[in-house]
Design a protein around this ligand. Sequence first.
Ligand code: FNR
Length: 185
Amino acid sequence: MKKKIGFFVGSLRKNSYSKKVAQRLATLFPKEYEPVFVDIGQLELYNQDFDDEERPPVAWKIFREFVAPFYGIVFVTPEYNRSVPAVLKNALDVGSRPYGKSVWDGKPGLVFSVSPGAISGFGANHHLRQSLVFLNVPTLQQPEAYIGNVTKLIDEDGELLSTTVAYLKTIIAAYITFLENNRSE
Ligand code: FNR
């Protein structure tokens, strides 16, 4: 059976650059892995009352059950106001509860930030890492994965330039090694 890698994209935008990078990244995984994109846009905003009263929304239940068996997790995100877009933070929060039943625990992760700006989503990248430390998600440290000035890295057919794809390959290669060395089971 293939090893499932959950992909979480921090943008719901139809023509999202982050989604474009994530989709290309997914094609570069070796064939024993199966990238799976997770829809995080349908999750109700986290409210602890629903868990405390044991009436979590159906979408939360489905999300938690879907994510729990993933072998690895990949986050590709833009930066909103120097931090993580709310939709992605919400998904992290929903997956982290009820207390003691986090679906993230121990899954090796990759954090990728993407921006049309020169700072490459650095703030989002590191705020996301901060939450992942608490959630016990070991993340690839080096090479760090940033794409800045993304609009200049796309050709007239809307494809990422070959130099960018080569960069994505180095990140994937490092992540696979990290993933296989850092699984907790
Ligand atoms: C942005 N953008 C942005 N860019 C950046 O580099 N740093 C930032 O702090 C912000 N802040 C920000 C806030 C909000 C609310 C929006 C809507 C946008 C611009 C952002 O990088 C740009 O819109 C990207 O195209 C969003 O990523 P996707 O949707 O293309 O993946």
